[in-house]
Design a protein. Structure first.
Length: 340
């Protein structure tokens, strides 16, 4: 059980980040069968041949998967929280490659404690003097094979989740921001402060940590499950499953009888309207729906002229969202969200 004590200034200092390297790690867990695929089963089936080829060509990928464990310690240096807002795989990979060998050895020994003895080829890789380089190479190969081809769509889901989460925290506070983060996360208010409670593993005693004005790092993941970071040198961080994972499989499917909206505004325009369940930029809609930039832009113009969509500029980005009328029409033709 993990308890993270939050003070009044931590809301302003909480930040949000996207970790391409983390997605590569979590995608590898799904591909290897360590992590349940859930709503991403079609994705897992599609990349299965790619994963088998990856294992054959890059033996150190097998060493990475041998380290995966659930409910126990996983070496931090192969999945460090990103600095800044993240989003740069090359920068994250460079941080992994810069890990001192001594620290890597300590973390690997802790990771392997209690696990079955790995195969000999894995042990040779983990005992090698260039183990950090080999594991980093495996991460890079996993990114290129499993994640990079789909990254525009993956990033769309992650960015849209962050916009929603940051808005809830800024406007309504911790309880609203954490309410649907994960069933194992709970907020306990204590006046202007409070405690984030995370149920981890089978431990019954509380492991307490204090943000002390440094804020929390929140990172959504498409492939992963709930992960907490509380040990130095990393900042306190929570990795949590992003909303809208089913969007990776294509446009939101209309419910039975939802064809009426398609007949009213056209099938692609209906897809755009349903996709705006979470505010999005034109580029994000292009990535999600697989339509051209010009097509999406044209549909947004028509929907905006009809009073179904509005837009807001934030810095250089222009985000579109439903008007109340547009939300009502989209809700009438969209099924209840699937778990995950």
């Amino acid at each position: 059980m993990l308890a993270i004590e939050v003070g009044p200034v931590d809301v302003a200092r909480t930040r949000y980040a996207i970790s391409p390297l983390g997605e590569a790690m979590q995608a590898l867990r799904v591909a290897a069968g360590v992590q349940a695929a859930g709503p991403l089963r079609p994705w897992a089936a599609r990349i299965a041949p790619r994963y088998e080829e990856l294992r054959r060509q890059v033996p150190s990928v097998g060493a990475l998967t041998a380290l995966f464990r659930r409910g126990g310690y996983n070496a931090d240096f192969i999945h460090p929280p990103p600095s800044g807002s993240g989003g740069d795989f090359a920068a994250e990979l460079a941080a992994v490659r810069a890990t001192p060998l001594g620290r890597a050895r300590l973390e690997l020994a802790r990771n392997l404690a209690g696990l079955r003895t790995p195969p000999r080829y894995v042990q040779r890789i983990l005992d090698a003097p260039d183990v950090v380089t080999r594991l980093a190479d495996a991460l890079e190969a996993s990114w290129q094979a499993l994640v990079e081809p789909d990254w525009p769509r993956l990033r769309t889901v992650l960015e849209r989740d962050l916009v929603r989460r940051a808005g809830h925290l800024a406007m309504y506070g911790w309880e609203a921001a954490l309410s649907d983060l994960d069933p194992r996360v709970n907020w306990r208010s204590e006046g202007q402060a409070g405690t984030i409670e995370v149920r981890t593993g089978s431990r019954t005693e509380w492991d307490r940590h204090r943000l002390a004005g440094k804020g929390l790092l929140l990172m959504p993941t498409v492939f992963g499950t709930l992960i907490s970071y509380v040990e130095p040198p990393w900042p306190c961080a929570l990795v949590y499953p992003a909303r809208g994972i089913a969007d990776l499989l294509g446009p939101v499917a209309p419910a039975p009888g939802g064809e009426a909206l398609s007949r009213l505004v056209g099938p692609h325009r209906a897809d755009v309207l349903r996709a705006l369940d979470v505010p999005a930029t034109t580029t994000q809609l292009v990535a999600q729906l697989g339509l051209s930039l010009g097509t999406v832009g044209s549909h947004l113009t028509v929907l905006r002229d009809a009073g179904l969509v509005t837009r807001t500029r934030t810095g250089r980005a222009v985000r579109y969202e439903h008007t109340p009328l547009g939300a009502a029409l989209a809700a009438s033709s969209t099924p209840s969200p699937r778990p995950g």
